[in-house]
Design a protein around this ligand. Structure first.
Ligand code: GLN
Length: 492
């Protein structure tokens, strides 16, 4: 494989090149590092580069490949979102609060991917503490969208999405609390999968909203997502919310036909408020799935509209509890010369957190306070149950639910930062999936004015296999996932 095509190759293609010894892990890693140093100063998708360590790991991978005893991903470079604890490597959550935090251990996702043979190139930028939809709240500056440098890459896993789209690495990790894998995947034209809640261990992932957070793969194809999910999945004794359910062999089922697959089309996702060109692009993608033998069925998700309000009570409530640990005493940022303990708490938190994080802590603390708990938090939990029931009812009539992953294509940098509600609406199609704990995926479905659009597929709990199969059949028929931003051609 020519070196200049490495930045566009899929992980599946690269694995076979590596295993056939037509390509060395060192060559591949060097080409990724070169790409990062050429393009990242403008893109700002990566905030820590582990060059020395990556080259060392690549040399080790080459020895294993030579002996033919590597793991399924041996020699594949990857980037971790900076929310995953990485032993000995700064893990900041893009916050001043954790700017100097160097974890003494690896998140389970990190150790599993390491054991499978991946090479960690570095850590990707994100919204501070994963709160946002544009990667504009990062302590380390905005990440740009490789398709248009004046636009956001989406968020909060915007650094990972931009990095994979720009050819920095074939694989990235992300986390998704309300849409943070699927929405940036949609805006950057890559494949992103949020697994079922409990499928992947949360141990070592800095907590935002514990009942919603879930880690997943960000890749160029569904096949690559399956490759990565296989390694990431499975019960972890260190996370009591990880599920002890069987992990199927995702890739072995991917090629199977989707003849007769019933795809539910929620009326609420295709309301007149959906942009016409978005609706047309998604419809064209659905037509391709019909050509593959799928059947479209109208369904209802009646509480879709309540999703945003429900999420923006539950997620901040859980965040306010999770973020109470940053008190300036045990770890993280500490203000200078505190007068007394109260001053230490107040100033450490005032100086260490950014505005959006503070907004969430305030909203969450309010919703949980004695006088308002019943009116807000309890009510939100009840509506959450109704949203779950909507999906349960829908899945009696269909096997997969489809719709847009985001309301539109990438928007201009700075256009929504002053209007939190407009920003929150970015997740209208994704966050109810987290409230219900289901798996969801965004797959490139075409371009509007040269900017990518993602098709979202939602599945039954623990049925990622069906999502991956539908996505793979779609990618065998179409080449939207092969489209690359012009930047990639200029700079390679
Ligand atoms: N954009 C949503 C929020 O700001 C979701 C973030 C996420 O999934 N981490 O909360």
């Amino acid at each position: 494989m020519a070196l200049d095509s490495l930045t566009a190759a899929t992980a599946t293609e690269l694995v076979s090149e590596l295993q056939a010894r037509r390509l060395s892990a060192t060559e591949l890693t060097e080409s990724c590092l070169n790409r990062i140093s050429a393009v990242n100063p403008e893109l700002n998708a990566v905030i820590t580069v582990c060059e020395e360590q990556a080259l060392k790991e690549a040399a080790e991978a080459d020895v294993m490949l030579q002996r033919g005893d590597g793991g399924p991903l041996t020699g594949l470079p990857l980037l971790h979102k900076d929310i995953f604890c990485t032993r000995g490597v700064a893990t900041t959550c893009s916050s001043k609060m954790l700017e100097n935090f160097v974890p003494p251990y690896d998140a389970t996702v990190v150790s599993r991917l390491r054991a499978a043979g991946t090479i960690m190139l570095g850590k990707t930028n994100m919204d501070e503490f994963a709160m946002g939809s544009s990667t504009e709240t990062s302590r380390f500056g905005v990440t740009r969208n490789p398709w248009n440098m004046d636009c956001v890459p989406g968020g909060s896993s915007g650094g990972a999405a931009a990095a994979v789209a720009a050819g920095f690495a074939p694989l990235g990790t992300g986390t998704d609390t309300g849409g943070s894998i699927r929405q940036p995947a949609s805006l950057c034209g890559i494949t992103g999968l949020k697994p079922t809640y409990g499928r992947v261990s949360r141990l070592g992932i800095i907590a935002f909203a514990s009942s919603l957070d879930q880690a997943g793969p960000m890749t160029r194809t569904a096949e690559d997502a399956a490759l990565m999910l296989q390694v990431m999945s499975g019960v972890d004794p260190g996370d009591s919310t990880s599920a002890d359910v069987e992990v199927p062999d995702f890739r072995s089922q991917m090629g199977d036909s989707i003849q007769g697959l019933r795809i539910g089309i929620p009326r609420q996702y295709f309301s007149p408020s959906l942009d016409t060109r978005m609706a047309q692009t998604i419809q064209a993608a659905l037509d391709e799935l019909v050509q593959e033998g799928a059947e479209l069925i109208d369904i209802d998700l009646p509480h879709t509209e309540q999703g945003i309000a429900t999420y923006y009570i539950i997620a901040p409530a859980e965040a306010s509890a999770n973020l109470s640990r940053y008190d300036g005493v045990r770890f993280g940022y500490r203000c200078g010369a505190p007068q007394d303990l109260t001053d230490l708490y107040e100033r450490s938190r005032t100086e260490g957190f950014g505005d959006e994080v503070k907004r969430r802590i305030l909203v969450g603390t309010y919703a949980l306070s004695a006088g308002f708990y019943d009116a807000y938090f309890k009510k939100a939990q009840q509506v959450r149950r109704l949203i779950s029931h909507d999906f349960k009812n829908a899945f009696e009539h269909c096997d997969v639910i489809a719709g847009p992953a985001a309301p539109g294509v990438a928007f201009g940098l700075g256009t929504k930062t002053q209007d939190p509600l407009a920003m929150y609406l970015e997740d209208i199609y994704t966050l109810s999936v987290n409230l219900a704990g289901l798996p969801g995926m965004s797959v490139p479905a075409g371009l509007i004015d040269d900017m990518p659009v993602g098709l979202q597929l939602i599945g039954r709990a623990f049925d990622e296999a069906t999502l991956l199969r539908a996505a793979h059949r779609f990618q065998l028929r179409t080449d939207h996932h092969r489209a690359r931003p012009a930047l990639a051609e200029v700079a390679s």
